[in-house]
Design a protein around this ligand. Structure first.
Ligand SMILES: Nc1ncnc2c1ncn2[C@@H]1O[C@H](COP(=O)(O)OP(=O)(O)OP(=O)(O)O)[C@@H](O)[C@H]1O
Length: 276
């Protein structure tokens, strides 16, 4: 396993600041009739402010379950999750999730209402302030012309833009994204990755992003946790800040993708028995 990267500095090599989010030895399980399904085992990672941290792994390695646990929807069987040093005990507006599904927006609300309402409730804002914040983020995702439209009149990509604007307008401590672009066509997916990175450049939010695409992980993330399945365990953690949307197809990018593929599948397969 590669050494976990740390935001280190100073002369003694200690982290400059405490992590925003700490996942410490987290084991997650589902109780189903007659048995327990262990989704993750002993998973640990730290996310610092303004990180774009990726959970990458094959289907069933527990990525979504980890995201749900950080969201506070599932309690760890073992281990703990800390946000700003405090244990997570349930959902809260400091952690907002953007899902893959296009139906995550209430269809009876316009784009403007979809973005303003949660911001108003979570931020305890007045109507005017919430409306201003909504306008700001609707503009950031390029949907000003559609502010009065209803979700059913928008494309899949536009709905995801609304979901992102809605989440950012709530100003969460960490934005959780569960394969947000996986249901989009390849061109729209790439465009959305571009837009997300441009938004990050501007807003510098902290992102925890789930994907099973190695390429997407490399371009969207600055750090990547590789998980092996059944149950999900940390296989490795790597830095990926050197890659962006212009890197795709270069020999070095391809080599990085191949290396990750090897870490996820070939090496895991070779010694898989010791991880079960
Ligand atoms: N509600 C549930 N009840 C029982 N088992 C579940 C439930 N949700 C997920 N699991 C199991 O937990 C494990 C991890 O699932 P999870 O959805 O977190 O994986 P994932 O890496 O996100 O997969 P995918 O990429 O396919 O979405 C799997 O074995 C899955 O079958």
């Amino acid at each position: 396993m590669t050494a976990p990267s740390r935001h280190v500095g100073g002369t003694n090599g200690f982290p400059l600041s405490a992590p925003l989010l700490s996942v410490e030895n987290v084991t997650l399980e589902y109780q189903v009739p007659g048995r327990v399904v262990r989704a993750t085992q002993n998973v640990s990672f730290d996310v610092w402010e303004a990180d774009r941290f990726i959970l990458l792994g094959a289907s069933g390695c527990g990525k979504s379950t980890l995201l749900k646990a950080v969201g506070g929807f599932i309690a760890p069987r073992e281990g703990r999750i800390l946000l700003d040093g405090h244990p997570v005990h349930g959902p809260g507006p400091d952690r907002v999730v953007v899902f893959q599904e296009f139906d995550q927006l209430p269809p009876w609300k316009t784009v403007r209402e979809n973005v303003a309402f949660p911001a108003r409730v979570s931020g305890h804002l007045g109507r005017k302030e919430a409306a201003e914040r909504a306008e700001h983020f609707i503009e950031k995702v390029g949907l000003t012309r559609f502010a009065d439209a209803y979700p059913n009149t928008l494309s899949g990509g536009m709905k995801q833009r609304v979901a992102i604007a809605r989440a950012l307008a709530m100003e969460p401590r960490v934005l959780l994204m569960d394969e947000p672009f996986a249901a989009l066509d390849a061109l729209t997916r790439r465009k959305m990755q571009e837009e997300l990175l441009a938004l990050w450049e501007e807003v510098r939010f902290t992102l925890l992003f789930v994907t099973h695409s190695i390429e997407e992980a490399l371009v969207v993330g600055n750090r990547i946790a590789l998980l092996s399945p059944h149950p999900g365990r940390m296989r490795a953690e790597i830095n990926s800040h050197e890659w962006d949307l212009t890197s795709g197809g270069s020999p070095a990018f391809q080599a990085a993708a191949n290396r990750i593929h090897g870490l996820l599948f070939e090496e895991a397969g070779a010694d898989g028995a010791s991880h079960e």
